[in-house]
Design a binder for this molecule. Structure first.
Ligand code: UFG
Length: 326
């Protein structure tokens, strides 16, 4: 299979590239490097520097290669930034995705796996969020992803585009090779910030709120290893071989951990203390977000392999200890 990976220099995208190459598929990476890293793409993987909003460049790319499918990771993905700069999110995540979808249609490429997010659900109304949970995003980031999910449903009816939107809960960890990992700038995610605090890089970790209605007052999240996300994308592509439609699946481990529990696990895994202090709540954080991934397990045959929080943290720790190209 020959796959175009848009956003293959980013955190999840770069893990996808390695996973597909290891599974003997041919890949081409397309990335504007606005948040991704050229070094995260192996030197022997074809890399094209470009923006998914650039219709002419995409048209040339699709003319040169005959792709079977596209996996689309390109997006702005910070909730707080999306509230402050909604135009950026609607332009990058919605308008530019429409350019990519148009180029795919013109080139006759009719399979897509799309990076979506738990942020499409808004405030959870159930302990475990499955695909039937109402989608009522509470920020422009979640709105922008939900808009594309709706476009994909229409695109199937109008153009026959087969697609799977995968709604990730909290992507975490790093490839066991420790050659790629999470490297956002600025870093806002909990696990990298916990490990940076352990290493004394920057100030102590701020725990955003300890007065939530959870077992210890801190927010509960469902952490999922980035390579388990990658395996779900390949299964989703394979699913589209035998299934026509626009599908959505939730991806998480189905178990929630509080911020305090993540800190305790990081102390266990690293053998070092996590300097931290309680800070005010961060705007837009729901108390608890935990997935039901029963559909992905049953219909895609997906099974997470690095499901324990300690394993996820240990892989992230190896990456943070060996800075490589960062
Ligand atoms: N947190 C801290 N300190 C930090 C960073 C995070 O206490 O330095 C807390 C947050 O307040 C939150 C939890 O740790 O309670 C997890 O925060 P992350 O930023 O790691 O992840 P989010 O749950 O905010 O984000 C995830 C996905 C987004 C998605 C969002 C939906 O990364 O793409 O869930 O709410 F939009």
């Amino acid at each position: 299979m020959k796959v175009l990976i848009c956003g293959g220099a980013g955190y999840v995208g770069s893990h996808m590239v390695r996973y597909l190459v290891a599974s003997k598929h041919e890949v081409v990476v397309y990335d504007d490097l606005s948040t991704g890293h050229r070094e995260a793409v192996p030197p022997d993987v074809p890399f094209v520097h470009g923006d998914i909003g650039d219709a002419a460049r995409l048209s040339r790319l699709f003319a040169v290669h005959s792709f079977d499918s596209v996996i689309h990771f390109c997006a702005r993905s910070l909730v707080g930034e999306s509230v402050a700069e909604p135009y950026l999110y609607y332009r990058n995540n919605v308008a530019n995705t429409l350019v990519l979808l148009g180029a795919m249609r013109d080139a006759g490429v009719d399979r897509l796996v799309f990076s979506s997010t738990a942020a499409v659900f808004g405030n959870p109304q159930a302990d475990a969020i499955d695909e039937t949970h109402p989608t009522e995003p509470i920020n422009p980031y979640g709105q922008s992803k939900l808009m594309i999910e709706r476009v994909l449903a229409d695109a199937f009816l109008a153009y026959g585009l087969r697609s799977v939107a995968l709604r990730y809960f909290n992507a975490a960890g790093a490839d066991p090779s420790a050659s790629i990992g999470e490297a956002h700038e600025p870093e806002t995610h909990l696990i990298p910030n916990v490990l940076k605090a352990v290493l004394g890089q920057g100030a102590a970790l701020k725990v955003f709120g300890d007065d939530y209605d959870t077992r210890d007052g801190t927010c509960v999240r469902d952490y999922i290893h980035v390579n388990d996300l990658a395996s779900a994308h390949l299964l989703a592509l394979e699913y589209l071989d035998g299934n026509e439609g626009a599908f959505t699946f939730n991806l998480g481990n189905g178990e929630g951990f509080s911020v305090r529990e993540v800190i305790a696990a990081a102390e266990r895994v690293t053998g070092r203390p996590v300097p931290h202090a309680i800070a005010p709540r961060r705007a837009g954080d729901p108390a608890t977000l935990v997935a039901s991934s029963l559909q992905a397990r049953q219909r895609l045959g997906w099974k997470p392999r690095m499901a324990s929080l300690d394993e996820i943290l240990a892989s992230a720790w190896q990456w943070h200890l060996e800075p490589n190209w960062r």
